[in-house]
Write a protein that binds this ligand. Structure first.
Ligand SMILES: Nc1ncnc2c1ncn2[C@@H]1O[C@H](COP(=O)(O)OP(=O)(O)OP(=O)(O)O)[C@@H](O)[C@H]1O
Length: 246
């Protein structure tokens, strides 16, 4: 039976980076087994929020709990998968050697290695040295590491950057399949057609959540034909109401 406890619970989260407050009191919850898209202009705080969720970001104030535990707790290490924007895999090892290494560090079953390689579509490159992979292959190798151990929460920072439409489609099918089995996914993206595949969107701007809802509700709320139009409407409307020019 699926628990009704939120997979992620954030209350009044404030983060300062480089002497400047970059998250200004975020509050939201994420239901288990949902796919939540995190969107917003460059620098609005998406990565900082993800870092807070996986417990690698010092937070000034507020509460961040993940799967019922404070973010960053030792008990969450194997229950949360995180793929950063810059790949964390070793360039001088093959795809498979990298995954074997990370599987042993995480205590994930050895059988996971071939499973995650297949899930990200790198079967034919499994023995290729990571330093010789294309950009798209490299980001998929990085994603594969996050899938080891079948974590209950996946935090993915722009996992489809540099991928062609066919590969993006395949990865989104994988995300939906994982969510169908109860995994919760928080995925940041700049690509609007991807935003439409989520259950819910959090639109951020300048360290705040500007809008929160299903893709359909954001479209109908703004009267826009597509999500791109809806975001533009929300962002320009916000800028007009706050007098912001950036
Ligand atoms: N290491 C750092 N030191 C100081 N400030 C930082 C640091 N990293 C990020 N920032 C600042 O924090 C703010 C939020 O950055 P963040 O990387 O979270 O944004 P983002 O929405 O993920 O951007 P992008 O879409 O470009 O990845 C920005 O103003 C950025 O300049």
């Amino acid at each position: 039976m699926m628990s009704s406890r939120p997979a992620v619970r954030v209350r009044d989260l404030r983060v300062v980076r480089g002497g400047r407050e970059v998250l200004h009191g975020l509050t939201f919850e994420v239901a288990p087994g949902s796919v939540v898209g995190l969107l917003g202009p460059s620098g609005c705080g998406k990565t900082t929020l993800m870092r807070a969720l996986v417990g690698v970001q010092i937070v000034q104030d507020g509460e961040v709990s993940v799967l019922g535990e404070p973010a960053g707790s030792a008990g969450l290490r194997r229950r949360v998968g995180y793929a950063t924007q810059s790949p964390a895999v070793y360039a001088d090892l093959s795809v498979r050697e990298n995954l074997r290494y990370f599987a042993s560090v995480l205590g994930a079953p050895r059988s996971d290695v071939d499973r995650v390689i297949a899930e990200v579509g790198l079967g034919r490159s499994r023995d290729q040295i990571v330093g010789t992979l294309s950009g798209g292959q490299l980001s998929r190798a990085n994603l594969a590491v996050a899938l080891l151990g079948s974590p209950e929460l996946l935090v993915l920072d722009e996992p489809t950057v540099g991928l062609d439409p066919v590969l993006r489609e395949e990865l989104w099918e994988l995300f939906r399949e994982l969510a169908g089995h109860g995994t919760t996914l928080l995925v940041s993206s700049h690509v609007m057609d991807e935003a439409g595949r989520t259950d819910r969107l959090l639109l951020m701007r300048e360290g705040r959540i500007l809008a929160d809802g299903t893709p359909e509700s954001l479209r109908s709320r703004t009267g826009a034909r597509d999500l791109e139009g809806a975001f533009l409407h929300l962002i320009t409307g916000h800028a007009a109401s706050t007098g912001s020019t950036s």
